[in-house]
Ligand binder design. Structure first.
Ligand code: NAD
Ligand code: MG
Length: 388
């Protein structure tokens, strides 16, 4: 077997750690080019040592000296700041995991795409911020794009070896998050702690809040639209609290093909690492009798307006989805800082979408500029919502 060279952008996060775990268990020979993290430099240094990475980068410039010290006496090259993150993305790895959180993942993903190798994409914001541009680049540079988001990995698997033109619709499953059975009155007063306590998935704070508002599913509709060139009307969300069916594809003959597995991100990560082969992973085997029953519900868009908002933005185009994503990131951070309330998160998105209308995206740089503008606008809206 030929050796694969690997980079992990966002190595110290939830997806990054699961990726490292998949690598530790694989028989496929690999070597590590770059590992990128942010503030958790002790973990980054440990990962760089044990995986013998060529380069370790922290996005936080103030941590450079500390990281350098932690890696003193090793051959690991150390970098810090945004330019070093982009340098790491340009290192010639065969397979790169894009698992930075938020719009900060867009430019590194774009750098990986330009090299024309394989991009394993967990950072859904890459497609939400600049989907049309990014998918054009994937074509232009002949890049292999393998989705890692569990729903999109499921759909990717259900589409393989089937006629793409025989697809009737995509069924995107959603756990419903921690507040699926709660009403709006309950959600008025929920704390960050309650919002990040996801019933099925153990994830980073931002995506956990997105799951609680269901903005995550909204972002995933946008992601699916770009990945699979599917119109919004053909992407249907189904609530499935057990999170065993990760998504499905309905065909015109009435067949529905689904992908099942335990809710463990190491499944889609191993799939993306092995693709087009399947490889073994350290994940617990699925025991269907133990699960006993699977249930399904229609989402309530009045209770979870973020879902409706994301669909509206998708209809309006890439500019609107970019703006909504930026507004959401600022709102989620403000909620986690206890500056605004849970139900204010969707309000920030709605307001910022109303306020920013005229902007045309022609490049990744345009997308980054629009993201910046929308963040500034969102900060103003957040301030207006903060209790006086
Ligand atoms: P996380 O917060 O646990 O980890 C984020 C990683 O990004 C960390 O390594 C952090 O150091 C790094 N990082 C943060 N800001 C950075 C910056 N400005 N520059 C460079 N690196 C930076 O997040 P996560 O839950 O692992 O999610 C990562 C991405 O994967 C998100 O886009 C999320 O939507 C997506 N995703 C996550 C899951 C999951 O189960 N966690 C599932 C599907 C998709
Ligand atoms: Mg998902």
């Amino acid at each position: 077997m030929t050796e694969k060279t690997v980079s992990i952008l966002g190595a110290t996060g939830s997806i990054g750690k699961s990726t490292v775990d998949v690598l530790r268990h694989t028989d496929i020979p690999f070597s590590v080019k770059a590992l990128v993290g942010n503030r958790n430099i002790s973990l980054l240094a440990e990962q760089a040592k044990t995986l013998r990475a060529e380069m370790a980068v922290t996005a936080d410039e103030t941590k450079y000296a500390e990281l350098k010290e932690l890696l003193a006496g090793t051959s690991v090259k150390v970098g810090a700041g945004k330019s070093a993150v982009l340098e790491a993305a340009t290192m010639d790895a065969d397979w790169t995991m894009s698992a930075i959180v938020g719009a900060a993942g867009l430019e590194p993903s774009a750098e990986v795409i330009k090299r024309g190798k394989t991009l394993a994409l967990a950072n859904k914001e890459t497609l939400v911020c600049a989907g049309d541009i990014v998918m054009d680049m994937v074509q232009k540079y002949n890049t292999t794009l393998v989705p890692v988001d569990s729903e999109h990995s499921a759909i990717f698997q259900c589409l393989e070896n089937n006629q793409k033109n025989a697809v009737d619709s995509l069924l995107l499953t959603a756990s419903g998050g921690p507040f699926f059975l709660k009403d709006r009155e309950y959600m008025e007063t929920v704390t960050p702690q309650q919002a990040v306590a996801h019933p099925k998935w153990n994830m980073g704070a931002k995506i956990s809040v997105d799951s609680a508002t269901m903005m995550n599913k909204g972002l995933e509709i946008i992601e699916a639209h770009h990945l699979f060139a599917m119109p919004a009307e053909k992407i249907n969300v189904v609530i499935h609290p057990q999170s065993i069916i990760h998504s499905a594809v309905a065909y015109i003959d009435g067949s529905v093909i689904a992908q099942l597995g335990n809710p463990d991100m190491r499944v889609p990560i191993a799939y993306a690492f092995g693709w087009p082969q399947r490889i073994s992973s350290p994940v617990e085997k699925l025991d269907l009798p133990k699960i006993a029953s699977l249930s399904f519900f229609t989402p309530d868009e009045e209770k979870f307006p973020a879902l409706k908002l994301a669909k509206q933005a998708l209809k309006a185009g890439s500019e609107a989805t970019n703006v909504l994503n930026a507004a959401n990131e600022i709102a989620v951070a403000a909620f986690l800082d206890r500056k605004i309330r849970f139900l204010d998160i969707a309000k920030v998105g709605e307001k910022v979408l109303e306020n920013i209308k005229t902007f045309k995206l022609n490049s990744v740089d345009d997308a980054v500029a629009l993201d910046k503008k929308a963040r500034a606008e969102a900060e103003i809206v957040v301030q207006s919502l903060e209790p006086k």
